[in-house]
Ligand binder design. Structure first.
Ligand SMILES: [Fe+2]
Length: 407
């Protein structure tokens, strides 16, 4: 076997390894650098480089170079810049221009090999003179071309990958901004609802927050927690169609008025249903937030298992905020009274596991085990008094053991 044959075999074995590398490595530049070094080593060449051709900008970017004074980029002069027209078929023209300029601007360029994929020039390989001073043989030029095909495919794949990543990033940004504007819209809606009801300022916002805290305590996943916060903000959106005087009545309303008011869950559902929400179930949270596990709620009188979990949470958050804020015809309840109410109504008006979650989250905040303390801030820092904590602890224990309902 002649020396040159051995050399070619050795180089092709290295190129075969390289093929795998191109497929596997995420570091494109590292791949090109090692490919270049394999070939320079195999042929005994001192100088060499691989450059990527940027057709749009009329420039060459050196991906890897040895012996060309650390060349990084080369702008092609305007007269030799290719015109951006047509699809394909211009690789030969582009290459002729690039090669001419390279020979003009860089010294010690002996062989220039084009990197072509699907009729497009994607780059070039430059080789300088051999250390021995000999001419390149036909075999060696073949070898450079073989390397060129590998690198060209790698370069092409790398470009495609970059393009895919760029588009994915664009889509992600678009999705985030859509989600952002959806949330802004939801907040604006919530503010509109609360504006209409002058006695319950901030009610929707707080119900959203309480719902979020309860769901998190129950181990819901992040996107489900996000959804329930929105469900909480929007639960009373149906009040937009109820007469303002009924909502703002400064006294307890009569039966006729209350049946008018009771339209709001179904109305809310109708308002929310045609909207495409990023989360499922939001219209159902509005529709069923006045249902009760014992079947005595409205509008449909569903029982525990029939009520969607999100609606059960929003229902408790809603009632909790109603109990803990002043209304025109009554002062808010003391925390002690709220605990007693929970004890009476767990399993009847409210789902027991939802009451449990709220109590646990509140206890953690009251004991200073969590930061920030969202509920304590909404309730006012003196609302949950130290002396009522034992009653809360007892309620949690009774609900856990299932004995609360019989107490
Ligand atoms: Fe409501």
């Amino acid at each position: 076997m002649s020396d040159s044959t051995r050399m070619v075999l050795h180089a092709f074995a290295a190129l075969a390894d390289l093929g795998e590398e191109i497929a596997e490595t995420s570091d494109f530049e590292e791949m090109v650098r090692s490919a270049l070094h394999v070939v320079l080593g195999a042929m005994g060449i001192r100088r060499g480089a691989v450059a990527e051709f940027d057709r749009e900008r009329g420039a060459l970017h050196f991906v890897a170079a040895r012996g060309y004074d650390d060349a990084r980029a080369l702008d092609l002069s305007p007269k030799s810049q290719p015109t951006a027209n047509g699809n394909g078929g211009h690789a030969a023209q582009d290459f002729a221009r690039v090669e001419r300029e390279l020979r003009e601007k860089l010294s010690g360029v002996e062989v220039v090999t084009p990197l072509v994929v699907r009729g497009e020039l994607v780059g070039v390989i430059l080789l300088g003179g051999k250390a021995s001073g000999e001419q390149f043989t036909q075999e060696e030029k073949e070898l450079a071309r073989a390397l060129g095909r590998h690198v060209a495919v790698g370069m092409h794949n790398h470009r495609l990958l970059r393009e895919v990543e760029r588009r994915a990033e664009e889509n992600r940004n678009l999705y985030e901004s859509l989600k952002g504007s959806y949330k802004d819209t939801v907040r604006a809606f919530a503010a509109a609802i609360d504006c209409k009801d002058k006695y319950t300022q901030g009610h929707s916002e707080r119900v959203g927050k309480y719902s979020e805290i309860i769901a998190r305590e129950m181990g819901w996943k992040d996107d489900e927690v996000e959804a329930i916060a929105i469900g909480g903000y929007l639960h009373d959106v149906g009040k937009l169609v109820v007469d303002r005087d009924i909502i703002n009545a400064p006294y307890r309303i009569d039966a006729k008025q209350s049946s008018e008011l009771n339209r709001h869950p179904a109305a809310g559902y109708e308002i929310l249903r045609p909207i495409t929400h990023p989360f499922a179930d939001i219209p159902l949270m509005a529709r069923y937030h006045h249902e009760r596990p014992d079947g005595r709620g409205y509008p449909e009188g569903l029982t525990e298992e029939q009520i969607p979990p999100g609606a059960r949470i929003v229902s408790l958050a809603d009632s909790f905020d109603a109990m803990t804020t002043d209304r025109p015809y009554r002062r808010r309840r003391t925390f002690e009274e709220v605990v007693a109410d929970f004890r009476r109504n767990a399993g009847r008006q409210f789902s027991t596991n939802v009451v449990l979650a709220l109590c646990r989250a509140l206890l953690k905040e009251a004991r200073g085990e969590t930061r920030p303390r969202h509920m304590i801030r909404m309730l006012g820092k003196d609302y949950v008094e130290e002396q009522t904590l034992p009653a809360l602890v007892q309620l949690i224990a009774d609900l856990e053991s299932g004995s609360a309902a019989t107490v």
